[in-house]
Structures are given as structure tokens and as C-alpha cells.
Design a protein around this ligand. Structure first.
Ligand code: SIN
Length: 285
């Protein structure tokens, strides 16, 4: 059946709502419209979906190879899915994705897209924010752009490594994260500015969770400029915010966005199913 989705932009920098689309078994033309919407808005919110775990994995495959991400527990019955879960009794603890980041940017080939499907939500709170890294790059002065264009930064899976938070640090037990794993200390170099393989636009590609320092510089030397970039990259005018409803599927492009989950719903259960699409090695300007 031909679908005619309506796409409503939510903010100037990124984000669009998609209605009138059924992603349980989409046609190739629906997929093409979705890919176009992603190229234009970077993150899309598909409302009122009814997806089984198997259908979500199948939809994910339509975007590329499904990535089984490291360091996070997967569903036993669906190893391509992570349950992003915080239980009602898990109070005053950090949550998964609660700091601005681009998913798994420490991998040699970080993910292209992430799909997050809402199942159970607090009555209020638990929104997610995204920030356009095209907008962040484009708002910099030409001098700063010229400075950043040739730089590379070291990325590690710091939260899971031997220099990460102590294993006793309170974090949602429901998510099941590896801690203190020496393999997570591995350093990977990626450009600080990456050229998007689909749009050709330049985007900032550093984040406060995984980016440690600039190539050839110490952490201390790198800190002032990194701190500036982390703050600049998440300015409100580069962002959009989603108030989830059960059945909303968010699909976003990690190559040109940062995102974070708001941890403001202690006392409520929040459950979403997350799948990830493998990406490519980032390329600088
Ligand atoms: C994530 O970073 O993938 C989690 C986002 C969320 O729970 O809203």
C-alpha cells in the first residue's frame, strides 16, 4: 500500500515528526522518504507505531547492517536489542545516555543510525534532547573552523574502562553495563569535524562522554578547547526535544547529532527498545 506520510519539522536545527506511516513492513518508497527526511532533519519521530522486537530489528536492517553494540547487556531473546530501562525503584542514580553523546563514538566505525522505540513511560519527564552538530559547526567563526578542520581527537569507551567511574558508582542496574573492562581503554582517533557521507555537510564530532583529548596534546592542554566545544555544541538553538508517547519510534543520525536522555522521572518506570545501525569510519574535511 502506498503511504503518504506527513513530515512536520519541530525545530529549525533538527527534528521532524512523521505521521501517517506504518513501519511494521514498510515499502521501499516509504523507506526512501524516511531516509530523505533523515538527511534533511537528522532525527525523525514516527508516532503511533506497533512494532514487535523482530519487526524493529527488521526495520533496522533496512537502514544497513545491524550493529550489536559492546559493553551493554542485550535482550536474551533478541540480542540485537538493548532494553533502555530504569525501574521505578531506581532513585538518585545515573541513567543510560544521560549526558550528551554520539552513540559509541569510540568504535572504529561508529554507528550511523539509532532506533529507539518507546514502550513504557513516566506520566511526565524522561524526554530526550538532540543537538545538530551541523548547526554547531556552522555557527563557529571561520577562524575556529579553520583551527578545528584538521584536528583529530582520541575517543575511548571511558565509562566502561579502568579509568571510568568506580564499579560501585550508582548507575541504573536495569541497563546492565560493563565496568572496569581494560578493552574499553583502547584509544581510537577520529576527526573533530566530520564530513557527512550522505549530505556532504560538515559536523562537529566530539562529545563529553567519549572524547578525551586532541591528538598530540595532553588532557590538560586539550581541556579548555574541548570544554568550549562541549558547551557550544549543545546550545539550545541547535536542539530539539521529544516528549515520548508509547509507540513513538525515534530514528536519529549519530554522524551529525548529539543526544541525551533527561533523568527527571525518579519513581516511574521507563522502557524503550534500542537498535543500532553500523556506520563507517568518520572522514574529516
Ligand atoms: C540513548 O542514549 O540511546 C538513550 C536515550 C534515551 O533513553 O532517551
Amino acid at each position: 500500500m502506498t503511504q503518504h506520510p506527513s513530515i512536520r519539522p519541530l525545530a529549525p536545527a533538527c527534528g521532524a515528526e512523521v505521521v501517517g506511516i506504518d513501519l511494521a513492513d514498510p515499502s521501499e518508497s516509504t523507506m526512501a522518504q524516511l531516509r530523505d527526511a533523515l538527511a534533511q532533519h537528522a532525527v525523525v519521530f514516527c508516532l503511533d507505531q506497533h512494532l514487535s522486537p523482530a519487526q524493529q530489528v527488521e526495520l533496522t536492517r533496512r537502514f544497513g547492517q545491524v550493529l550489536r553494540v559492546p559493553y551493554i547487556r542485550h535482550l536474551d531473546a533478541h540480542p540485537d536489542i538493548i532494553a533502555v530501562l530504569k525501574e521505578a525503584d531506581e532513585r538518585k542514580i545515573s541513567t543510560f545516555g544521560g549526558t550528551w553523546h554520539s552513540d559509541f563514538s569510540f568504535l572504529d566505525e561508529p554507528p550511523s543510525y539509532t532506533l529507539l522505540y518507546a514502550l513504557e513511560l513516566p506520566a511526565l519527564g524522561g524526554d530526550t534532547l538532540w543537538a545538530s552538530q551541523y548547526a554547531a559547526y556552522e555557527a563557529l567563526s571561520p577562524g575556529m573552523q579553520r583551527l578545528l578542520d584538521p584536528l583529530r581527537a582520541i575517543q575511548t569507551a571511558w565509562p566502561h574502562g579502568t579509568r571510568g567511574p568506580a564499579p560501585s558508582t550508582a548507575v541504573s542496574r536495569s541497563i546492565g553495563m560493563a565496568r572496569n573492562d581494560p578493552s574499553a581503554d583502547r584509544e581510537v582517533l577520529h576527526p573533530v569535524v566530520r564530513v557527512h557521507p550522505v549530505t556532504g555537510r560538515k559536523a562537529l564530532f566530539v562529545n563529553p562522554v567519549y572524547s578525551q583529548r586532541f591528538e598530540g596534546m595532553s588532557e590538560e592542554e586539550s581541556r579548555p578547547l574541548l570544554q568550549f566545544l562541549f558547551q557550544h555544541a549543545t546550545r539550545a538553538e541547535f536542539s530539539c526535544r521529544l516528549r515520548w508517547a508509547p509507540g513513538t519510534l525515534a530514528i536519529w543520525d549519530n554522524r551529525c547529532l548529539l543526544h541525551m536522555a533527561l533523568n527527571d522521572y525518579d519513581g516511574s518506570r521507563r522502557l524503550l527498545h534500542r537498535t543500532t545501525v553500523a556506520g563507517e569510519r568518520p572522514v574529516g574535511p
